[in-house]
Design a binder for this molecule. Sequence first.
Ligand SMILES: NC(=O)c1ccc[n+]([C@@H]2O[C@H](COP(=O)([O-])OP(=O)(O)OC[C@H]3O[C@@H](n4cnc5c(N)ncnc54)[C@H](O)[C@@H]3O)[C@@H](O)[C@H]2O)c1
Length: 479
Amino acid sequence: MEQSDNYNSRRKFLKSSVMGSALLGISSFPSLAESIGGAATSSLKMPSGQKTAIDMSAPPIPTVRVGFIGVGNRGWYAVRRYTFLEGVEIKAICDINAARIDITQKMLKEKGLNDVVSYTGGPDVWKKLVERNDLDLIYITTPWLLHTPMAVYSMNCGKHAALEVPAAVTIEQCWDLVNTSEKTRRHCTMLENCCYDEFEMATLNMAQQGVFGEIYHGEGAYIHRLNELCFGKKEDGTGKDYYEDQWLLKYNTMHTGSTYPTHGIGPIAQIMNVNRGDKFEFLTSTSSNQYGITKYAQEKYGIDSPQAKQKYMLGDINTTVIKTHKGKTMMIQHDVTSPRPYSRIHLISGTKGIAQKWPVQGIALEPDYHHYLKKEEMDELLVKYQHPQIKKFGETFREISIKDEGSHGIMDYLMEFRLIYCLRNGLPIDIDVYDAASWSSIIELSEKSVLSESKKIDIPDFTRGEWNKRQQLEFAEKS
Ligand SMILES: NC(=O)c1ccc[n+]([C@@H]2O[C@H](COP(=O)([O-])OP(=O)(O)OC[C@H]3O[C@@H](n4cnc5c(N)ncnc54)[C@H](O)[C@@H]3O)[C@@H](O)[C@H]2O)c1
């Protein structure tokens, strides 16, 4: 079989790295090696008793009662964001690390919230929170491998689930989310905040109004050096000793491909109508070898240290190209080791022009397509096409996000607000389970392609043929 050489050498590698990884204390870390050979790539037949969750709504919830699992770096800020939102009640928090519970409770008490219940203890203690009968939404901000099991359990217990990115790390997990949401009629959303950033929302609006003509190419990325964070020891102001359990390093030790693709994919997939008139068809993916993590480990711990001798699977830079059913292309990059400025690229190219956000924001349109618009002209255009959701709520959230300096500005707040708004009004959510599954599916599929010399890999249609039912993303509003 075509995969055999690389697959076998990867298995050999995984074996040796599992032995080596005992040095890093990660010998028990689960690997996806088995799934690389036999991932479920299609589940087109709808299991009996299920129906599509496209445009699914659920009964309105006047006050959304929320339980949070994982109050580390991101989760602590999520809880704090909810203290600023209307129509929510923070009922319970859970973390296996009691220190994180204490620091979150301290913040809640400073805000006068004295009745939030805490759960801490062993790795399954979160189930007690989920099983409470006074919760509507479970907000999951734990390490990646836990997202899907926690969301599936939550939906099976009658709760809506909101998962940090990525929603899933295997195709099997993607299908689990889809099947459970369809079966239980509970929402499952992925908290892809980058979709709600101002430039991204403006370009979505421009695209939907035809400013770029027919869009046939998009580029997105997650280029963000994380070596320091991966290896631990960096204070973020909340008393958090970053990733002391090194879960991200462990994942990147055992995996290659595009391990964190959704920040790059989400906004361009929305603009290019993926799952709403088009769909992912196949991908090819290529990674460079790994140099950066080893260099960092050598410098930090010494060349003879276990960390420097450890083998790391993740190539420094991964480039994944996706082709859609309608013959359009997307280029997605992932690089968390190179010493270079942050970028999500966010480029869209159509028959009438182009926009890009990184490294320098620019828009060029016919007839003067050789030159980017002057800054004043671009700013004028961005005001003209400011997304209606930002027009309506932007200023409110701008003020709040200035007070909440740990958030990523408006985008985090707009994302939370939209979810709560839809739940309170019984409306379909913006980022549904099919988006969560298809954007997350790139993780395993890109790894599979990288490990088989960039072989073409088909991408499952998680909508089961219903991708053409809607034609573009609509932000549901109460009538
Ligand atoms: N959207 C964004 O901009 C953004 C930014 C940062 C992180 N994230 C995502 O948020 C998630 C969490 O990242 P983080 O930076 O907060 O990591 P973190 O390690 O700081 O926090 C994870 C928390 O989960 C807790 N946890 C682990 N296992 C648990 C279990 N079994 N039960 C309950 N709690 C458990 C840990 O103790 C920790 O406090 C990741 O998926 C990450 O990709 C997203």
